[in-house]
Design a protein around this ligand. Structure first.
Ligand SMILES: Cc1cc2nc3c(=O)[nH]c(=O)nc-3n(C[C@H](O)[C@H](O)[C@H](O)COP(=O)(O)OP(=O)(O)OC[C@H]3O[C@@H](n4cnc5c(N)ncnc54)[C@H](O)[C@@H]3O)c2cc1C
Length: 472
């Protein structure tokens, strides 16, 4: 419980309406897309960096946990206030502060939606490369704090590659500006990149300077169906090793294809893997270029190829990918969705491993994802009302992470660690690296108030692949 004296200070900074403790508000901010939940004691709605400084300083003085929150779309419990305390919502800090197309940058408050940024940038033929499927319901602050990615990562990288600078408030309540407004810089430690992916555990981001890139003038979309996922993966390597730039290479496995076949016409029965490929460049594709590319796709194992040159046709090809998440929800009431990543050459081994784990643990597995970046969404489907099925799915999850680490991969490619993957964090890290991360946390947040219980496992809990826990 927060002492009344702390609430009095918060109300004096924000007023009654922007410091809420009523049950309806605390319930609404108790959960995120992970479906884990725990009520905060209060929810605050700052409108400026100065107010964030005052809130954090007050929380630090009284040692009250404080969780920054964008729109709660993360999948890992990262914005669930597991230790109660204060949720700091950025939804009243949504402004685009500056658009400087000649410098290819945009400055926003943390609560601006990803799509707000894209709409503004597009008016001058630019875009911000991070393209999570949640773009219309996730914030710049959340995208930065999770290092969000999407299909375009194969060409442009992830959020980390497109943040030039930040204003943030550390765990003592001190605002600081880091980074630059220039395409390059070499001035000391890169605190901007350190804060990207830090999940609100080091500082609260209150302003972001984002790097924009020009929109391509021509693009082509292909849907290629292969007889096996080994052949599909070989096609991915071939695509990456030819001169036309791919901006997305998405993969769907056999089970995913079974799920969507009734809704999406034209996917052959014999298909065991589907690739959605997007190419883009700043001049029209020529017939010799498309012929070369189609010949490259028509390698061994290709059983169907469709091409879309204009928007409506393109959307219809992407439907195969976009209809998957709802289809999965219809298949089973429980779904563990992990976004593991492996070096590209290990992708077939990973798909083999997860199917073997699924059949050993009698748990249905569906995989799809941003294969061009080696990033696979592994979905374990089960009925949570059946305790044995629930336990098997959780064992399968541990085995999947072990397999990923054994293939030189990482347990998250874009969703982050949060609460749900925290027990597995140590297994993939050098112990000294983990110690340095903990030291950094102490430096930024000496009272340990910023998003406690997330990302870093507690000291002494560094054993590999423990069972996940946390609130429900
Ligand atoms: C349908 C759907 C599709 C998705 N697709 C993708 C995808 O393609 N790629 C992808 O990467 N993710 C995806 N996600 C996950 C999610 O949308 C991202 O993780 C997103 O970046 C979270 O943004 P948010 O504003 O909702 O942040 P929240 O969920 O509110 O918070 C996420 C983390 O960021 C921290 N945080 C938020 N704001 C701040 C701030 N101002 N300062 C410091 N820390 C802060 C929080 O404390 C928390 O740790 C998807 C989610 C859904 C529901």
């Amino acid at each position: 419980m927060i002492p009344n004296s702390t609430l009095d200070v918060l109300r004096s900074v924000l007023g009654e309406t922007r410091c809420r403790t009523d049950p309806a508000t605390t319930l609404a901010y108790s959960y995120d897309n992970s479906r884990l939940h725990h009520r905060p004691d209060a929810v605050v709605f700052p409108e400026a960096t100065g107010e964030v400084e005052a809130i954090v300083a007050c929380a630090a003085k009284d040692r009250i946990p404080l969780v920054a929150r964008g729109l709660g779309s993360n999948t890992t419990g990262a914005s669930v206030p597991v230790e109660g305390g204060v949720v700091l919502s950025t939804e009243r800090m949504r402004a685009i502060l500056e658009f400087a197309p000649d410098d290819r940058l945009i400055v926003t408050e943390p609560g601006a939606l990803n799509t707000d940024v894209q709409h503004t940038a597009r008016t001058r033929g630019l875009f911000w490369p991070p393209d999570p499927s949640s773009a219309s319901h996730s914030t710049v602050g959340g995208n930065i704090a999770t290092n969000a990615g999407g299909p375009r990562a194969v060409r442009y990288g992830t959020t980390r590659d497109h943040v030039l600078g930040l204003v943030a408030v550390d765990g003592r309540g001190r605002a600081f500006r880091c980074g630059v407004r220039t395409p390059k810089s070499s001035v000391g430690y890169d605190l901007t990149r350190l804060l990207v992916g830090s999940e609100g555990t080091l500082a609260v981001i209150t302003e972001a300077t984002l790097h924009l890139v020009p929109c391509a003038s021509d693009s082509l979309t292909y849907r290629a169906v292969y007889r096996s996922y080994e052949e599909a993966t070989r096609a991915i390597s071939a695509i990456l090793n030819q001169p036309l730039p791919p901006s997305a290479i998405e993969f769907l496995d056999e089970r995913a294809l079974q799920l969507i076949r009734s809704e999406i016409p034209g996917i052959p029965e014999a298909g065991r893997a589907l690739l959605l490929i997007e190419l883009e460049q700043n001049r029209p594709f020529t017939p010799p270029e498309t012929a070369m590319f189609e010949a490259l796709l028509a390698r061994e194992g290709l059983i169907d190829l469709e091409r879309a040159d204009e928007e409506t046709a393109r959307e219809s090809l992407w439907l195969a990918r976009k209809s998957l998440s709802p289809a999965l929800r219809r298949l089973a009431p429980g779904k563990i969705n992990e976004d593991v990543v492996v070096p590209l050459s290990r992708l077939p081994a990973l798909v083999d491993a997860v199917f073997a784990i699924g059949s050993r643990q009698k748990t249905e597995v569906v995989t799809f994802g941003h294969a061009g970046s080696g990033n696979l969404h592994v979905n374990l489907l089960f009925d949570p009302a059946d305790p044995a099925a629930d336990a098997r799915a959780r064992s399968a999850l541990s085995e999947v992470f072990e397999a990923v680490l054994g293939l030189d991969g990482a347990i998250s490619g874009e969703h982050g660690i949060g609460l749900s993957k925290r027990p597995f964090m140590a297994a993939g890290l050098d112990p000294v690296t983990l110690d340095l991360m903990r030291d950094l946390k102490t430096l930024f947040d000496p009272s340990g108030i910023l998003n406690p219980g997330k990302l870093l496992p507690p000291r002494g809990a560094d054993s590999a692949c423990a069972e996940p826990g946390g609130p429900t």
